[in-house]
Write a protein that binds this ligand. Sequence first.
Ligand SMILES: Cc1cc2nc3c(=O)[nH]c(=O)nc-3n(C[C@H](O)[C@H](O)[C@H](O)COP(=O)(O)OP(=O)(O)OC[C@H]3O[C@@H](n4cnc5c(N)ncnc54)[C@H](O)[C@@H]3O)c2cc1C
Length: 600
Amino acid sequence: MSNPSTLKGGSFIVNQEDVKNVFIPEQFSEEQLMISEMVKDFCEKEIHGLGIERVAGLDASKDMDVIKDIFAKASELGLCGVSINEEYGGMGLDFNTGIIFSEQIALGFSFATTIGAQTSIGSLPIVYYGTEEQKSKYLPGIASGELVAAYALTEPGAGSDANSGKTSAVLNTEGTHYIINGQKMWITNGGFADVFIVFARIDDDKNLSAFIVEKAFGGIDLGKEEKKLGIKASSTVQVFFNNCQVPVENLLAGRGEGFKIALNILNSGRIKLAAGSVGGTKYACTKSVEYATQRIQFGKPISDFGAIQQKLGQMATLAFAVESALYRTGYNIDQKYEEFRAAGQSFNDAKINSLREYAIECAILKVIGSEALAYATDEGIQVFGGMGYSMETGMEMGYRDGRITRIYEGTNEINRMLSVGELMKRAYQTKEIDLMSATKGVPLQMASAINPFNAKGYLAKETEIVENLKKLFLLVSAAAGRKLKLKLVDEQEIVMNLADILGQAYIAESALLRVKKLAAEGVSKEELEDKKAAVQLYIYEALAIARKSTEDAIASYAKGAEKFLTQRLADTLTLAYDVNPKDLRRKVAQAAIKKGAYPF
Ligand SMILES: Cc1cc2nc3c(=O)[nH]c(=O)nc-3n(C[C@H](O)[C@H](O)[C@H](O)COP(=O)(O)OP(=O)(O)OC[C@H]3O[C@@H](n4cnc5c(N)ncnc54)[C@H](O)[C@@H]3O)c2cc1C
């Protein structure tokens, strides 16, 4: 195992993490590997076993019975209880093992969304915020799959601006029930859910409250199943509340606490979504390798062509890098939970606070993970050519299903802004992260000419480049902040540029630390060659993204001498990285071809 990280959430941007403190997937325990295999087997047998064409053709409005059937089989295996403690009939997995589950269940296509709503957003509000009575009443049924759970936050007029919802909750004159009225939209599992976590406003409260609402309470009508681009075999409906009577004891966490619950639960949803994206990206890579090695054109397998190897190498690299950040963060969340528990926090508080600690990393992972999946599923179709466009191979389904990941759990625009906004809050409001001192040092460090080409040692050059990415973020955010002051938040394009630099720094650093840790633990350099190539390729790409984002940001707020000077400073931090991207992609692709699958 690794030592707990000594860094606070988000502070990776001003600190260097010790490799000893970084958890890497190569450290999974026997039990974790067993769970991973079990979930993979389940998807292969119960979902792929139906035939990919059948799964791709499932339309929830016509074939809900198939979904319920898969759900029942997952319940038998205990999969509905992955996030629930053993005392309530769940598996009591730690957070990082829950991430493994989310990665593997992605192989179930739409079903990942169905069970995701059950094990994450639909049940975690009770797991993390429920009273003992609420937990005992609802969690055993959710863990066994007897109760299907859903999460009802979004409304026709309240999507990204979730706290603006109009659904109302009024206490009856006897003081025994809240009467809920309103309309929710896009509710996953809504078509067959028994328990809804419903967000509604009590009177004129500033913030929403959250309620556990049973379908059996009555006053609930469902809309028709939505016809969607993807995840067709998942239920998504509108839910109408007409004088639905909810006992007062079903209020979660207290009046006005709902919006906070929604935000905190989304931290967990985001990292789990990133896990699913990693699973999907690896799957697209494996399927592409399998096809490319057997499809013959011009007398040879298409995997022999550089244009195809470029795609395979890139897919594998993206999955490797995001995966590194994913399990690093998941482990940190577990460690923070232990730390908070040891300091005397309750189970609920320690869970919520450990997730909140890593809100920045969760948002970064959601954005970069979902965009990696978009790349892999899109280029996966390209590798398959015409067959990729056919329902027969599953690639078109992966492409359609993957698209939702950039929209739900907070759109990628909202998550980009959140990552930067939260960092600024921790730096300048709560003063948890000393961004100011770190920023002050940047021009001086640049004056002492940090030149990655001079660095000596294993991956030393790459270490300098990753540190330069962090300095780039500090330089551009400080320069833009000085110029625009509070107006910066309204210049969203610049904030998104900053989010891209911040995100790339974290993912690149995580991949780098993974390989450095393996080397430090004695894995031979020869054995690490392919992983090293993936790290170098990721850093090469991250640098290109950061360079472009920097140029965009500077050109968006500065002109004349100011623009010229800031850009010159930035240039010293983004010197060309002396690697051959073509050879690196080929090397990673060759590793995948040799293995006949995602190589790492
Ligand atoms: C298949 C599916 C399943 C879903 N499941 C659930 C569920 O189970 N429970 C639930 O509660 N919800 C669910 N949702 C809803 C989902 O979370 C929302 O669709 C999402 O949060 C975006 O809200 P919206 O659709 O209203 O888009 P909008 O908020 O209208 O956004 C439209 C566009 O404007 C951008 N935008 C919005 N605000 C800003 C801003 N301040 N600055 C910059 N850009 C902005 C967005 O990024 C986006 O590009 C689901 C949605 C789908 C499609």
